[in-house]
Ligand binder design. Structure first.
Ligand code: ADE
Length: 248
């Protein structure tokens, strides 16, 4: 997968050199290119913002640098190989695991993290005529810019790419993954030593009884989801709740 990020803070994206994403890049599974938006400005001050039409607080990102940047970054698009443009904004559709899965299937993502109050609307309109453009929010809070959301989304997408995670099954049981645990949060997990301070681990995990362990894990997931995310329980497919679940 190719990923382009256009930003006025290229250094903010340095964590993309580290850990899972960094390793995926080093192994050639991910081609990440970070671009400085200011290199598409032409004035002495490299201006990227201006005051909003209609008044109001804050500044708005000018359309011209974004237009030049996106034209150049997407110049190699072909009908067979189209980028998906991802525009981080608190006004976007909520980012979730389903969207991460969908984006992980695209060959090419272009992220446009904004600063200030956002980007002149005409930029989204212009590129929506050419490409699939997604305005995406990572949550109901307002950050100072879209760079942190890009880090979040790239990590969520990258770990779904074939070959990136060591164990092909390691995201099968993820909270929010499809399958038997759909809409449930993962329950608690334990490792050695079997005794830490005065705390042991649940007996069932030592039993070697796979059926009982799976049953216990699902009970724990249900209890945790009911406590932390009752909205997710409400979205559970009733057919996925067996008789034991209903008794809870
Ligand atoms: N930019 C500022 N806040 C944001 C959010 N919550 N999600 C995506 N982009 C943002």
């Amino acid at each position: 997968m190719r990923i382009d990020v256009v930003t006025i803070f290229p250094e903010y994206l340095e964590p993309l050199n580290v850990s899972l994403v960094g390793k995926a890049r080093a192994r050639g599974l991910l081609d990440v290119r970070v671009h400085d938006l200011r290199s598409w400005t032409h004035d002495r001050h490299h201006t990227v913002d201006d005051t909003p039409y209609g008044g109001g607080p804050g500044m708005v990102m000018k359309p011209e640098p974004w237009g030049e940047a996106l034209d150049e970054v997407t110049a190699s698009a072909t009908p067979e190989r189209q980028p998906v443009l991802v525009v981080p904004t608190p006004a976007g559709r909520p980012f979730d695991q389903a969207l991460a899965v969908e984006l992980s299937q695209a060959p090419w993502l272009v992220f446009t993290p904004a600063r200030y109050e956002g980007i002149d609307r005409r930029v989204v309109e212009e590129y929506a005529q050419r490409f699939d453009v997604r305005e995406v929010s990572i949550g109901d809070y307002v950050l100072a810019g879209g760079e942190a959301p890009v880090l979040v989304m790239v990590e969520a997408v990258a770990r779904l790419l074939p070959g990136v995670l060591g164990n092909a099954e390691s995201h099968r049981d993820d909270s929010f993954a499809a399958g038997p645990m759909a809409h449930l949060l993962e329950g608690p997990i334990y490792t050695k030593p079997p005794q830490w301070r005065d705390r042991g681990i649940p007996e069932v995990l030592l039993s070697g009884h796979h059926g009982r362990i799976a049953r216990w894990r699902r009970d724990q997931a249900l209890a945790r989801t009911a406590a932390n995310r009752p909205d997710l329980i409400a979205r559970c497919d009733p057919a996925s709740l067996d008789d034991h679940d209903r008794a809870e």
